[in-house]
Design a protein around this ligand. Sequence first.
Ligand SMILES: *Cc1c(COP(=O)(O)O)cnc(C)c1O
Length: 412
Amino acid sequence: MKEYPSFVTHLECSYTGKTYPADQLHGLSEAGKPLLVRYDLEALGNAITKQDLVSRLPEFWRYREFLPVRKSSNIVRLGEVMTPILPALKLQKEYGCGEILIKDEGRLPTGSFKARGIAVAVSMAKELGVTCMAMPTNGNAGAALAAYCSAADIETYVFCPEDTPRVNIEEIAFQGAKTFLANGLINDCGRIVGEGKEIMKWFDTSTLKEPYRIEGKKTMGLELAEQLNWEVPDVIIYPTGGGTGLIGMWKAFNELEAIGWIGSKRPRMVAVQAEGCAPIVKAFKEGTRHAEPWPNASTIASGIRVPAAIGDFLILDAIRESGGFAVAVSDEQINDAHQACAKKEGILLCPEGAATLAALKQELVTGRIDSSEQVMLFNCATGLKYPMPSEHQTIDLNQPIDYEKIRGRSEQ
Ligand SMILES: *Cc1c(COP(=O)(O)O)cnc(C)c1O
């Protein structure tokens, strides 16, 4: 296996700036905040050119120099493709807006972009000798953890809220994780993992409580910049739960600018949440740097049903620095956008992805997004993992087949 140089110098508390040594197992910083991986960007910039990427495989490991894994033999691979960017031309025409681009992350292993973060987290766990991992999840992260840990021979415990989409639960269990449903929300499941650390000797893989998932999610920013020929879109609309992807992309853009691959232009980062769980939106509106836990969180978009995010200040800082904003949409708007995209574009979004389209539609009306701006929406998972409304009809084969009825109904 070809070795690549690694440029990690140290880890850094995202809140206090205190540094921690690389190549050791870490959770949160002493201040109880996420740790960020830091690189020798000058050396990194000297070691690789944009042209070098062209001959590499179309997978996110092509950005090896930007990632923390030191030894190629520790990389756990399940086919991490570069995801396509799909233009939504009909919706663009209907809304009379600038280019709408959908980054379809549902093509990744286990059907969601959680594969990006988990692939890197599990590879690093392997590198650092971890043998047991645990996680609270609304579904997709657990599915990715189960798959990558099975591939890496790491024991896995996954805890889900009891109303997590069925497919996800069975997928997690079937791919080898010990899977438990708890009658609460994701933060309750997080407590099970946190409090069990001593007794169970597992590594807490909760969102942002280990430092490497962000690095995996960062590849979304590297990849979209490369796909747009080292330009960034005017606006990125991101369905925000724990915020790993938004924070990761923001980090990617800063690193790319540091090595001179992009200029100082940044996308305006827009965080979308559901009206039934919108802690970041509330904090954004109130001008605070931290969000309060959202009581009785509820939405059909389970991936963004996160009542409290430990990286709240990192999400809010990125949104504000970028000139973006945070906005909530209702489940009804999510359903409408879900249908519109499926029926008009032939693109089956997940509800969280549909939330980004709903937000775009709404904010074109309010004027917070201008009709000249190029907008990138994130579809974070395949729509096939979620329940869909039942719209079919039935035919009774004991009766003569009534084609008039078939035509009539289908034309309604
Ligand atoms: C996890 C998840 C999100 C939220 O991603 P974060 O980066 O944690 O905010 C959105 N949509 C889907 C489908 C998810 O699985």
